[in-house]
Write a protein that binds this ligand. Structure first.
Ligand code: GDP
Length: 300
């Protein structure tokens, strides 16, 4: 699967090291746990989560009377699936037979525009009518970049001049989407995390404007996070977090990092589901997040 390919770096850094540890040590003792801890922390699983995981492994090992290190691997993957599953719902909350509005937030460079393009392609392939809104009027080149994706995917992009009011762009876009019977409107926004107050004000204004036309919108607010930044991505998620009304996370560039364990840390530490992961630069390189598939691809 796409997961198997996209997770190869994480697999090398994490699973292969675990396998090496198991063949080398053979017995489960204190040194074994210590080394396992180091490997997990190195994969950016996050210290708290690692501690918890190791405790749970100890309990299982005692309960099942496991002595041979080789028998630990299935227990470890089982525990990882448990950690990743959580209570959160990874499915998208879209309106059937009406307009759904998806808003993207995230700092520059994390892969927001690329993800918007990929998602547009995904929904278009499913036969949906998709439209994009160039709401990042701040960053030079953001509008053009979105237009390039719009052309590539074959969907219309609603835009205004650079520097114009993003809320005005959104207003135009929602109106156009309604008029043209669009199923899914995907909106880009400016990514200025440095200034949280301004960002919140800007987002609130955007929400108000959209809700004037579509009262229950936005249906999803997706925060794009760069997986290659590891624990930094987690910090960004906490900062942007629940206060901005984020309903889901997209973890980009998972193919480019050995620190795929960050998915586990994020699932553990935040109450926001990971909805998609980016596994490459191309149109098709976006996957719905599935904890079983993820762990199976790791141990494949
Ligand atoms: P934005 O500033 O957040 O809109 O970021 P962009 O969409 O322009 O992406 C920044 C860079 O990351 C570009 O070179 C993208 O091709 C690359 N990128 C985005 N998503 C992925 C991904 O899932 N995997 C890889 N390998 N690269 C990605």
């Amino acid at each position: 699967t796409k997961f198997t390919e996209g997770l190869s770096k994480t697999r090398t850094a994490f699973v292969e090291r675990v396998e090496d540890l198991i063949t080398r040590r053979k017995k489960i003792d204190e040194d074994f746990y210590e080394e396992l801890e180091e490997i997990l922390i190195g994969a950016d699983v996050g210290v708290n989560t690692v501690m918890e995981l190791i405790e749970e492994l100890r309990t299982e090992v005692r309960k099942r009377k496991i002595e041979d290190a080789a028998d630990l691997q299935p227990v470890l993957s089982e525990k990882l699936v448990d950690l990743l599953k959580g209570e959160q719902d990874a499915s998208m909350r879209l309106v059937e037979g009406g307009l759904s509005v998806i808003l993207f937030v995230g700092v520059n460079g994390v892969g927001k525009t690329t993800t918007i393009g990929k998602l547009a392609h995904r929904y278009k392939s499913q036969g949906k009518k998709v439209m994009l809104a160039a709401g990042d009027t701040f960053r030079a080149g953001a509008i053009e970049q979105l237009e390039v994706w719009g052309e590539r995917v074959g969907v219309e992009v609603i835009k205004q001049q650079a520097g114009s009011d993003p809320a005005a762009v959104m207003f135009d876009a929602v109106k156009a989407a309604k008029n043209r019977g669009v199923d899914i409107l995907i909106c880009d926004t400016a990514g200025r995390l440095q200034n949280k107050v301004n960002l919140m004000e800007e987002l609130n204004k955007i929400y108000r404007v959209i809700q004037r036309e579509v009262p229950d919108a936005p249906h999803e607010v997706l925060l794009a996070l760069d997986a290659t930044t590891g624990q930094n991505a987690l910090q960004q998620a906490k900062l942007f977090g629940e206060k901005t009304g984020v309903t889901g996370l997209v973890l980009t560039k998972l193919d480019g990092t050995a620190k795929g364990g960050i998915v586990i840390a994020i699932r553990q530490e935040l109450n926001i589901p990971v909805k998609f992961v980016g596994l490459g630069e191309k149109m098709d390189d976006l996957q719905e997040f599935d904890s079983d598939q993820f762990v199976h691809a790791l141990f494949a």
